[in-house]
Every structure is written in structure tokens, then in C-alpha cells.
Design a protein around this ligand. Structure first.
Ligand code: F6P
Ligand code: MN
Length: 300
């Protein structure tokens, strides 16, 4: 089944239109990755160096989404202020997740959260979320609150279409893989102890350094991806609005669980657009165990 037909049957009209817009724009981004990997002399609001492809993908997605007339605003880690629109859905996006992986051709991704409220808003006001993988194939994985579904981009000559790859995807509860960001020496002790126990349970490390790529294999194989609380950086690294809440929404729809170490990531009420939180995302029972280890350590 093709993406437009699936969306017509399974998504609210506005989200269907915005998803099709993202799908089309993501092909443009993917096609341009080989041409735009040089460094620009500019930094984003979080102080990271922007690369041409970061700026390009931000502009392509922001323009495409505002052109639908359905977005109230489009916010991104690459823009100091959200782009204003006339619609009623707020979009928060990470237009090119894992951009430090451009030169080495590791996976890249894009993340979108569709919120019913003005930003910053809690993950509980998400009405949909989507991520794109630019790997050996390009996929769209999304949820509008009724399961997680996936399409793959198929190019035949000049024609590109999105074909159904899977409906109602579930993160396996039997965990196989783990990937944890940041320096081990800086992880808080309960995270270190937990990770030390994983290989004894038959799990293996798989870490590519792109949230989307690392989460995508957790969704496929079961396990956990984390960018944890660090001893000197209690807020971790990943942004709630653009990264952790949309992925937590998808993960929850896939039967998994995502926590900031204390509570469900979807219950965080961010005060600013760029607020970060620690993130532990994956198979429900494994992530709940980690959450309880962290809270036990905090109490002692
Ligand atoms: O968006 C930030 C990001 O690039 C994520 O995609 C990724 O999970 C994380 O940073 C990797 O951070 P580190 O290089 O510190 O492991
Ligand atoms: Mn990112």
C-alpha cells in the first residue's frame, strides 16, 4: 500500500497532509546530503556548529510545513524563533539528527512532533510523531496515537514512492541491544551499574551516535537507548520538544516505555524550547527496571 492511501484511511486529514509534506521534503534532504556536508561558520542556539546540511534540511522542512497552511508554528533546534504559520498544529522538529555523523556516513535522521498546543508544550499534548531514517534505505516511522507504522522510500527511475513496510510495530520485550551516549565515567552510578549488568543478560552494545538510528534498532530488536543524566550535566543532552518527547510517543505506541529517570518523558512540562532531559527509551520492563534503580539510588 502507498503512503497517501494509508494516510487517507488511517490519519486525521491535517496530520495526513503534514506527513505527506514531510515525506516529500525528506526526499529532497536525502538527495542533497552528498552535496552539503561542508562546515558553515555559524552556530545554532545551543552553541553547536551548524553544517550546511543542517541549515538546508531545516529550511526545507520549515518551508514545506508552513506552506501546508496547517502549522501554527514550526520550531527547531536550528532556529532561534519558531516560524509562524496560520494553522493549529505546532510542529517541533530536529531536522537533521546526528549531523556529526555526516562525514563518516553513519545513519542520520529527522524527528517531528505534532503538538495540539503552543510550544513549549508537554509530550501529553502530542497528537502525532514521526521519524525519518536516512540509512541504507530511507524509512518513515510514525504514530498518530493508534499504533506505529512504517513506510520505505522506493526509487524507480525518476519516480519515488513510499511503500508500506509494517503496521502496528511493537518493541520486543525480550531485549537484545543497548546504546548509551556520553562518557561512561560521567554517567550517574545507577546507570553505570545497570549497563554493567546488560551483557550478562545476553545483550550486546550497538551504538551509532544518532538518536534516530540507535532508537530504530531498539524498536526492531528490543533493548534500550539512553542519553543519561551525567554527574555534571543533570539535564543530559537531548531536547525534550524536538527529540525525546516525539520518540517517547512513538515508543509508547509501540508498547515500550521512556523515562527521564523519574517519570514518563511524556509528562515533562518543558519551560523553554531548548530544554533537555535525560532519556532512557526502549523495552518496557527493562526501562522500568532502570527507572527504579535510579530512584532507589536517589533515595539512599
Ligand atoms: O542530537 C544530538 C545527538 O546527535 C543525538 O542524535 C545522539 O544520540 C547524541 O547527540 C550523541 O551524543 P554523543 O556524541 O555525546 O554520544
Ligand atoms: Mn538530534
Amino acid at each position: 500500500m502507498k503512503l497517501d492511501e494509508f494516510l487517507r484511511l488511517n490519519a486525521p486529514d491535517e496530520l495526513a497532509a503534514m506527513t505527506l509534506a514531510v515525506a516529500k521534503a525528506s526526499v529532497t534532504v536525502w538527495d542533497n546530503i552528498p552535496f552539503k556536508s561542508g562546515l558553515l561558520a555559524a552556530t545554532n542556539p545551543s552553541g553547536e556548529t551548524q553544517k550546511a546540511i543542517d541549515v538546508f534540511s531545516n529550511d526545507v522542512f520549515a518551508e514545506t510545513l508552513t506552506a501546508t497552511g496547517l502549522a501554527a508554528e514550526v520550531a527547531s533546534e536550528e532556529m532561534a524563533e519558531p516560524a509562524e504559520g496560520k494553522g493549529r498544529t505546532s510542529v517541533a522538529m530536529d531536522p537533521l539528527d546526528g549531523s556529526s555523523n555526516v562525514e563518516t556516513n553513519n545513519p542520520l535522521g529527522s524527528i517531528f512532533g505534532f503538538y495540539s498546543k503552543k510550544l513549549p508544550a508537554p509530550g501529553r499534548s502530542l497528537v502525532g510523531a514521526l521519524y525519518v531514517t536516512y540509512g541504507n534505505v530511507m524509512t518513515l516511522t510514525f504514530s498518530f496515537g493508534k499504533g506505529v507504522h512504517r513506510f520505505v522510500a522506493v526509487r524507480q527511475g525518476p519516480n519515488m514512492s513510499f511503500e508500506l513496510l509494517g503496521v502496528d510495530l511493537k518493541v520486543p520485550d525480550k531485549p537484545e541491544v543497548y546504546g548509551i551516549g556520553g562518557f561512561r565515567s560521567e554517567w550517574i552510578p545507577p546507570v553505570r551499574d545497570f549497563v554493567d549488568s546488560l551483557e550478562g543478560r545476553g545483550m550486546r552494545v550497538r551504538y551509532c551516535g544518532t538518536f534516530v538510528g540507535d532508537y530504530n534498532q531498539v524498536l526492531g530488536r528490543g533493548g534500550v537507548f539512553a542519553y543519561p543524566q551525567l554527574v555534571k550535566k543533570p539535564g543530559g543532552k537531548l531536547r525534550v520538544l524536538y527529540e525525546t518527547a516525539p520518540m517517547a510517543f512513538i515508543n509508547e505506541q509501540a508498547g515500550g516505555y521512556a523515562t527521564d529517570g523519574r517519570k514518563n518523558i511524556l509528562d515533562i512540562e518543558p519551560k523553554s524550547l531548548a530544554e533537555t532531559s535525560p532519556a532512557y527509551v526502549g523495552s518496557a520492563s527493562l526501562v522500568r527496571e532502570l527507572e527504579s534503580r535510579i530512584s532507589t539510588a536517589e533515595r539512599s
